[in-house]
Design a protein around this ligand. Structure first.
Ligand SMILES: [Mg+2]
Length: 257
């Protein structure tokens, strides 16, 4: 039996449309005795809302099995004064953080959303405010630093571009809280009580899922759904241990090994 860390966006769904066979696949993995943890870089839903969305695909899971970046931020930045450029939906998960408009200990950037809110959160006004706080000594954190993500409308610019812009302007380096940071994988393994070599990471993102997990010693499977691109696989410096058509193929693939 293995531990299995499952990415959510692009693996179980794209823009809320479930990947065919995903729910059945998850049920079979559980029946086979594997221990699962859903490890997402999603930054636009509260954990409760995201768990509800996954359950609406027919996937059975408890809220506690879902690891999200806002909750990682709440741990990392507990008790600090934080200027947060994040989607409003995740604010409830930033428990224990004091959200401020100025005099911040840290600046926190979340990811973009498909809706109009992204325009407001990452406005020039807000980015310039964040820059001013960094100039005054605040530390820079981000939920992830993804360049883009796959939506039903195609590839959309993600907030990694804004993180990189603030790093450039303030000559600092952001601490990444979500994948591919080692701390995020470590938290997932601790929750499962498994070692890296007993555990698979299954994702659609070569950089965040595969390279990050492999660096941490996990075995990796790339799915050909979501943001999967043949070129990204060919150019990857770290190759996944397996490549499968979709999450639907995972139970058979694991059994065959
Ligand atoms: Mg993904």
């Amino acid at each position: 039996m293995s531990g299995i860390l499952l990415d959510v966006d692009g693996v179980l769904h794209v823009s809320g449309h479930p990947i065919l066979g995903g729910a059945k696949s998850i049920a079979r993995l559980r029946e086979a005795g594997h221990r699962l943890r859903f490890v997402t870089n999603n930054t636009t839903h509260s954990r409760r809302a995201l768990a509800d969305e996954i359950r609406s695909f027919g996937v059975g899971l408890d809220d506690e099995e879902l690891q999200t970046t806002p909750i990682a931020a709440a741990h990392a930045l507990s008790g600090k004064r934080v200027l947060a450029l994040t989607m409003p939906a995740i604010v409830d998960d930033l428990e224990g953080i004091e959200l401020v408009g100025e005099g911040a200990d840290a600046v926190l950037l979340g990811g973009a959303d498909e809706g109009f809110e992204t325009n407001r959160v990452f406005s020039y006004f807000n980015l310039a405010r964040a820059f001013a706080e960094l100039q005054d000594g605040a530390e820079l954190y981000c939920l992830h630093k993804n360049r883009w993500w796959q939506t039903s409308r195609g590839a959309l610019l993600d907030a990694g571009a804004f993180v990189a812009g603030l790093e450039y302007a303030s000559e600092t380096e952001a601490t990444v809280l979500g994948k591919p940071s080692p701390a995020y994988f470590a938290a997932a393994l601790e929750a499962l009580d498994y070692d890296p070599e007993q555990t698979w990471m299954v994702g659609d993102d070569v950089d965040a899922d595969i390279v990050g997990a492999a660096a941490f010693g996990l075995r990796t499977v790339l799915v050909r759904t979501g943001k999967f691109r043949e070129e990204a696989l060919e150019e990857a410096t770290v190759k996944p241990d397996g490549v499968i058509d979709s999450i639907a193929a995972l139970p058979d693939w694991l059994e065959d090994r």
